[in-house]
Write a protein of this length. Structure first.
Length: 729
């Protein structure tokens, strides 16, 4: 028999914005203790009165709970309830302190005053014209957002997306969603095709709707680009689209034709190694891939302004100047840089890539040419600056992204001012970024790309560095010799062993102790326990590394007991235990938490993989402040799905970064991702200490597995002088 319960929400223990699942503590008349209630609720707020129908259950760990089946909410009626309600973050501009002042002045009439005579709030100390305007707008927006929330909830969507939808479309939100719910998937970060499709189904859109098929194909192509593919074979794309959409192939083919007519995709028949493929590209990626080939070939073939340099004398001079002795292939690299329009320097850790850059800079600075240094990430740029003593910028900053125009200010019309551009960590550069970079390089300039081609390829689509190397359109110098100082490091020696398919060695390799350890644990639960012990005490005790700022866990996967999500949850409780904070999307954010940006945000100038620390949470203005290196960035609560905890991150997200200490869980549960280049990349992120926790079997699997997932890209062929195109497919 269903039971009824009515009470005031005192606090929200947990709320997942994606599905609305909430754990509430209610103050219920007749009960001495707070009552725990659980269920799917739309944007619950402290102070609200909730009237619920459901059943009493007993949780094995948490005891008696009320399980909510149906409910409705009422605005609070008591002074205390109103104060809690207003101070909960409902209205931007009113936090706990201001809520107390307002309620003290207006009492039970507070909500009526805000609704009907909002200007009277100026009678409250601390509320001037600016804050009053903020409150007036927030109250009006809140009412409209609630309408959107009610509408969306009626069509199977959680409350978490309502404010984002409202922010995107404003008063037209409901109209836009009714007209074409699939727009949500492309317009709003966090709302994918699956969610948009569920809304469309609830709104009565038929399964065979052309809008649905077109949106579904674009969704599949975007998913494939996130897997690294620049294009996908048409037949395979049709199969994947049928799998997702559950419709006939003829419907998919018609949708492909429409998308091609509308220039949202490009279909092109390609031939490589006597194999023909009808490739389907997102239009942007097609433009970028073709653009890279055209621009790089143009740079390579442009007349070379011969510099009056005697290479032999310059090499002798620079070795004396820097007090170094260059190895034969380092000499070859420097000489090539002096004599060619473009080149690639590739090699593993300890092979002297930085020494070569310093030598090239020393020689070319002496003749007064204009030089720019860049890298894909802030950390890589900072490291390049420290190694060379010259300013290095991120590629995004160097190209001057403009939030106003939504594009880079440096391009083919406004070129970079340089005679030489050196780009480090080039293996991280994806197809889109490389296209924008090359567009801005002056045709007369020398371009030098430096990177380790054996690392994981870019997070974004393409295998740009590998494709350029394999195309042989520019000279490539591959560094293989590990220098004496580097040979003292087990990290570097073992990285090269792994790269050559040999299991790493863990005995001591230098007099003052080892810098790489393996702790055998075969079960995920045991590995998790050891990792928490290591990070939260043992490493700091033995080596002095700060557990948050200097230790980074790198895991192959997001999911699972030893995946990034669970590790972050466990480590947050130990490293930053506090009740204050905010819940967003099932994640708790607290002041001092280590967090990572998970998408490029050009407006804020923070990019996928950037790591920072939360320095403040402003409940009144609903802002979270994050410090990235030396830059403070402010996030509205609605933007927090761009952040995740970063005590543990995936190996893919660590590219281009180095950390004093790295801890790597490596278990057979990670089987699908146990690859040589992943393990190699993880180990080479550690600067002073690497600890692997896991099974010897998983380690052996990773070392032996040199098969990397094939990425569909045609850049290598396009770069060659006479690529074979068959025309439109």
């Amino acid at each position: 028999m269903p039971s009824n319960l009515q009470g005031q929400i005192e606090r929200i223990t947990f709320h997942n914005e994606e599905n609305g699942f909430s754990i509430l503590r209610l103050k219920v008349p007749g009960y001495r203790e707070l009552v725990t209630a659980v269920g799917n609720l739309m944007g619950p707020l402290p102070g609200q009165i909730i009237h619920a129908t459901g059943e009493w259950t007993t949780h094995p760990q948490f005891g008696e709970q009320f399980k909510i089946v149906e409910y409705n909410t009422l605005v609070p009626a008591t002074v205390a309830g109103i104060e809690k309600y207003l101070g909960s973050g409902l209205i931007k501009g009113i936090g706990p302190v201001m809520s107390k002042r307002i309620v003290k002045l207006f009492g039970k009439e507070t909500l009526d005053v805000i609704e009907e005579s909002v200007d009277r709030l100026s009678e409250v100390e601390g509320i001037g014209e600016k804050r009053l305007g903020m409150i007036r707008k927030a109250w009006a927006d809140q009412k409209q957002i609630r309408e959107v929330m009610v509408f969306l909830q009626g069509h199977g969507v959680s409350a978490g997306y309502a404010s984002k939808i409202f922010k995107q479309y404003g008063n037209r939100s409901i109209e836009v969603v009714k007209e074409n719910p699939y727009r949500l998937a492309t317009d709003i970060f966090g709302i994918g095709f699956i969610t948009a499709d569920r809304i469309a189904e609830n709104l009565g859109f038929p399964k065979e709707s052309p809008l649905r098929s077109e949106a579904g194909i674009l969704y599949v192509l975007n998913q494939l680009s996130e897997e690294g593919h620049v294009y996908y074979p048409r037949e395979s794309l049709i199969d994947r689209s049928i799998e997702i959409l559950g419709v006939e192939s003829t419907i998919i083919s018609e949708a492909l034709n429409t998308l091609e007519s509308n220039r949202k995709i490009v279909c092109e028949a390609l031939r490589e190694k006597d194999e023909e493929t009808v490739a389907t590209y997102l239009s942007t990626l097609h433009v970028c891939e073709k653009g890279i080939a055209l621009r790089l070939n143009a740079i390579v073939k442009a007349p070379f302004r011969r510099r009056k340099i005697d290479s032999a004398r310059a090499l002798e001079w620079v070795q004396n100047q820097l007090a170094i002795s260059l190895a034969p292939n380092q000499i070859e690299a420097v000489r090539t840089a002096l004599d060619c329009k473009a080149m690639i320097i590739t090699g593993g850790p300890g092979t002297g890539k930085t020494t070569i850059i310093r030598a090239i800079l020393a020689i070319l600075e002496r003749i007064g040419i204009e030089i720019l240094l860049a890298a894909p990430t802030g950390r890589a740029a900072k490291r390049m600056s420290e190694a060379t003593g010259q300013e290095a910028k991120t590629i995004h900053r160097m190209l001057e992204f403009s939030p106003k125009t939504g594009g880079f200010q440096k391009n083919e019309k406004h070129l970079l001012k340089c005679d030489l551009l050196i780009v480090d960590e080039a293996s991280m550069i994806d197809t889109v970024l490389m296209y924008h970079l090359l567009k801005a390089v002056p045709i007369h300039a020398t371009l030098i790309l430096v990177g380790d081609v054996n690392q994981l390829p870019s997070v974004g689509p393409g295998s740009v560095l590998k494709d350029i190397i394999d195309s042989r359109v520019v000279p490539v110098v591959t560094l293989t010799e590990i220098f004496r100082q580097a040979r003292d490091s087990a990290i570097i020696v073992n990285a090269h062993l792994i790269n050559h398919g040999s299991v790493p060695l863990f005995e001591k390799t230098r007099e003052d102790g080892n810098d790489m350890f393996f702790i055998e644990r075969n079960e995920p639960e045991d590995a998790l326990r050891i990792i928490v012990e290591l990070v939260c005490g043992r490493i700091q005790g033995a080596f002095g590394f700060d557990p948050v700022d200097e230790v980074q866990i790198l895991t192959p996967m997001n999911r699972g007991i030893a995946g990034a999500a669970n590790l972050n949850k466990e480590l947050q409780e130990v490293l930053n235990p506090q009740e204050d904070g905010i819940m967003r999307g099932g994640r708790s954010f607290r002041v001092n938490d280590k967090v990572m940006q998970i998408r490029n945000n050009y407006d804020k100038e923070v990019f996928n993989g950037d790591i920072g620390r939360i320095t403040g949470i402003d409940t009144e203005n609903q802002d979270v402040m994050v410090l990235f290196d030396d830059r403070r960035v402010t996030y509205d609560y609605s933007e927090l799905d761009e952040l995740v905890l970063a005590y543990a991150i995936t190996v893919h997200k660590s590219q281009g970064s180095e950390y004093p200490c790295v801890v790597i869980p490596l278990l057979t549960q990670h089987y699908v991702l146990l690859q040589r280049n992943l393990l190699y990349t993880a180990i080479t992120r550690g600067k002073k200490l690497v600890v692997i926790v896991g099974s010897k079997k998983a380690l052996a699997i990773a070392v032996k597995n040199d098969k990397t997932q094939k990425r569909f890209t045609f850049l290598k062929a396009r770069l060659k002088e006479q690529p074979h195109f068959l025309g439109r497919g």
